[in-house]
Design a protein around this ligand. Sequence first.
Ligand SMILES: [Zn+2]
Length: 345
Amino acid sequence: MWIFQDLRRAWEYITSQTGIDPGSATAKWERAANCYPSWPVCSSYFNGGVGGPYVYIAHDNAISSDTVIHETGHHYMWNATGWWLWWDVWCYNHNLFSQEDVNCGWSEGWADFIPLAVNSTLNPNDSCFDFGSGPCGGGFFENLELRNRDDLPPVFPWGDSVEGRVAGALYDLFDGVNEGFDSATFGFTPIANNVFQAPNEDCLEAFWEGWKISEENEHHAVRAIYQNTIDYDTPPRYEPSLPDRIVLQGLGCENAIDLWTYSTDDESSDSELDWQIVYTSDWRCGATIDGGDMVDIHPQSGWLGSCDVTIQANDSLKTTNDTFRVNVLPVQAWVFLPIVMNSNP
Ligand SMILES: [Zn+2]
């Protein structure tokens, strides 16, 4: 009955959150049995091959709802995609923070994440994968929210071939509790839509490609993934490069450069970028960035000359610098100057 309730809760959660029917799931369990006859290893597992599909729950794991739903997560992924990692024998001995390959990291990371989402209906903000009864205790457990860029290999290896990192990234996309670089609060639906609908992912990077095609925000998503030591962020770029500017002596120039026009980033929109002046070869140029992300140039009164100004664009994870030149020239003849003045500055 415990196992049946876990299966049922998983199906109801996915269906109610997404409107997607993940299909049927079969579980096998026998009192006091931890090994399935004819199966080579003694543990809980999912079998999508001969005799399957079904999940086998070893008796010692029956108390762990997270383990039952972990195996069910493999089953549902197989239902949706036909994908089951049976050939990856190195993956059989995986654990949450073992270094595997990206396929194993994805398959197991998804299966580690989905019980945390499903069981959030029982225990909101329970970020632990519990091998016992839980939440966050009653046996061995791993709190995915505690893992971040400060915990280091070899105890906690980095990257998308580590299932605990993949699960942590999915959990940070999902949950409403933000820490470190995590500013994402997407809930379950966009994650599940990506997994359960074509194309089928076989690694977290493929999931990320699907996310980018969707209409979901990428700036916060790439930060949540980055928080879990997986770096899919590309730095901002200047396209085209910042233009040189001529300013006349004694006359300032408001809004000389619109930084949004010259900056781009694959994950972040212009409003999600920041800029700062990191170098000016001569402070008398008077270049500043205003609250509207415009460069204003107001040279010191009476000063003539030129300077180089370096502006750093920042997507909150990475930065890029570009330099432009300001030339302050003397006024030759007032009468013929083609200046358009704003009458309401
Ligand atoms: Zn698994």
